[in-house]
Design a protein. Structure first.
Length: 71
């Protein structure tokens, strides 16, 4: 079994109350030609809309949901 190399690039997205824009951003990153080398991390800064649910739509996206706005 061949060992997978760790990601070479991390895309860190911090978002609050921008579900549609976050979805479009992640979709764009998912279409990257070198996606397997890209790590996508989303930090939700206490959103009150559907923003915290968006990363769950993508299998390889890591998310951190803050319980309240920390800025």
């Amino acid at each position: 079994m061949e060992e997978q190399a760790p990601p070479r690039i991390t895309a860190l997205i911090v978002s609050r109350d921008h579900a549609d824009q976050l979805r479009r951003c992640i979709q764009s990153l998912e279409r990257s030609t070198d996606r397997q080398r890209l790590e996508v991390l989303v930090v939700d800064d206490g959103s009150r809309d559907d923003t915290p649910l968006i990363p769950d739509e993508f299998a390889d996206v890591i998310s951190l949901k803050l319980p309240k706005r920390l800025g």
